[in-house]
Design a protein around this ligand. Structure first.
Ligand code: 5AD
Ligand code: SF4
Length: 367
């Protein structure tokens, strides 16, 4: 599990090896942290973003319809998560640092914490934020208002690659991003990170370094997922080659498996980006060692505008949009929403959903 070994494992395309690795990671996951999978209801609060990442479908310079959920919409959605015993929500959005937005998040955090738990013995909803780089003061304000986890992907731990996929200006600084991660950790958040997998220019060594970074940073949770091109971004339009969809799926699953073996007791999310590559992508992520799923509970009218990458908007976790005729392309879980078969599949494999629990990383509780 050193850099060389990890890079060799990442480069190896032998399907038997890849399958054995995934099975072993799943076994180690169950042995170390148990069979539970935790849910976080994903609320995509706004697709307005001040940044211009070269791979992203909601980057500032893309012409798309922008939205921001109202306080009422966020609260109604959070209440769905509570009633459905999800245990936690993630509030994710484009990066904004305007005071009105910052105050809004603070207000919402306090209000969500006031939602009466849906059952005896359940805690108020756990809250993860994923709202990009903010000042230390803002991170502190949100922590004090009730957020206890924060997701900030490093996107790539190779500064050269980072600069190839971001505009070259102070708003997109690798060092600033790293500093934000250390700020979050120092404040007391469970600071999660991650990177995209299968990017143009990315080598097996880069991916090995990403895994070693998660370990060294001591991240209690990691959310990484395959790169999926968006047709209108500069990165796609540049024509730079990237691995096939099949390879990106295999790589995404393999990275989960390798990370589970490298740091067995952390939380690892089965990313939505897996699901656009395979209608059972997140389930396969779980069977490769992930233990967190984030069903998207954003109101559907807005969800389709949060178009980070190609075909993302075809995904529907939203209860209102589930069409039993299209079971295979829908990914909601039977146990949460009616009509969907993923829940059955998970239950059939003796995967236990940790309903009504925060499902904090066991790694974080370690002294
Ligand atoms: N493919 C995959 N993931 C993407 N993200 C943004 N654009 C893409 C894309 N084209 C991811 C980034 C970001 C998260 C919100 O979405 O990693 O951190
Ligand atoms: Fe904004 Fe995040 Fe997209 Fe970058 S990846 S443009 S910060 S939403």
């Amino acid at each position: 599990m050193d850099r060389e070994g990890l890079a060799a494992a990442i480069a190896c395309e032998d399907p038997a090896f890849e399958e054995a690795l995934r099975d072993e990671a799943y076994r180690v996951k169950v042995e170390t942290i148990g069979p539970e999978v935790y849910l976080r209801g994903l609320i995509e609060i706004s697709n307005i973003c001040a940044k211009n990442c070269l791979y992203c479908g909601i980057r500032r310079d893309i012409n798309c319809q922008r939205y921001e959920l109202s306080d009422e919409e966020v609260m109604a959605t959070a209440k769905v998560a509570s009633r459905r015993h999800f245990g936690s929500v993630v509030i994710q959005g484009g990066e904004r640092t305007d005071p009105a937005f910052i105050r809004k998040i603070t207000r919402l955090l306090k209000a969500i914490k006031e939602i009466e738990p849906a059952a005896e013995g359940e805690l108020p909803l756990g809250i993860t934020l994923s709202l990009g780089e903010q000042s230390r003061e803002v991170y502190e304000e949100w922590f004090d208002a009730g957020a206890h986890r924060y997701l900030l992907r490093i996107e790539s731990t190779n500064p050269d690659l980072y600069h190839k996929i971001h505009p070259n200006n102070s708003l997109h600084s690798y060092d600033r991003r790293l500093q934000a991660l250390y700020d979050l950790k120092e404040i007391g958040y469970q600071a999660g990170t991650g990177a995209m997998i299968g990017l143009p220019y990315q080598t097996p060594e880069d991916m090995a370094d990403d895994l070693l970074f998660y370990k060294e940073f001591d991240a209690p949770m990691v959310g990484m997922g395959p790169y999926n091109p968006h047709p209108e971004t500069p990165l796609t339009l540049s024509g730079a080659p990237y691995p096939s969809a099949e390879r990106r799926l295999a790589l995404g699953l393999k990275m989960i498996a390798l990370l589970r073996l490298l740091v067995p007791d952390i939380n690892i999310a089965a990313a939505t980006a897996l699901e656009v590559l395979d209608p059972r992508g997140r389930e396969k992520g779980i069977l490769s060692g992930a233990n967190v799923i984030m069903p998207n509970i954003t109101p559907e009218e807005q969800m389709v505008k949060y178009n980070l990458y190609d075909r993302k908007t075809l995904l529907r976790d939203c209860p209102s949009s589930v069409d039993p005729e299209k079971r295979d392309t829908h990914i909601c879980r039977n146990c949460v929403f009616p009509f969907c078969s993923l829940g059955d599949d998970l239950n059939g494999k003796k995967i236990v959903i940790g309903y009504g629990r925060w499902g904090d990383s066991k790694h974080f509780k370690k002294p």
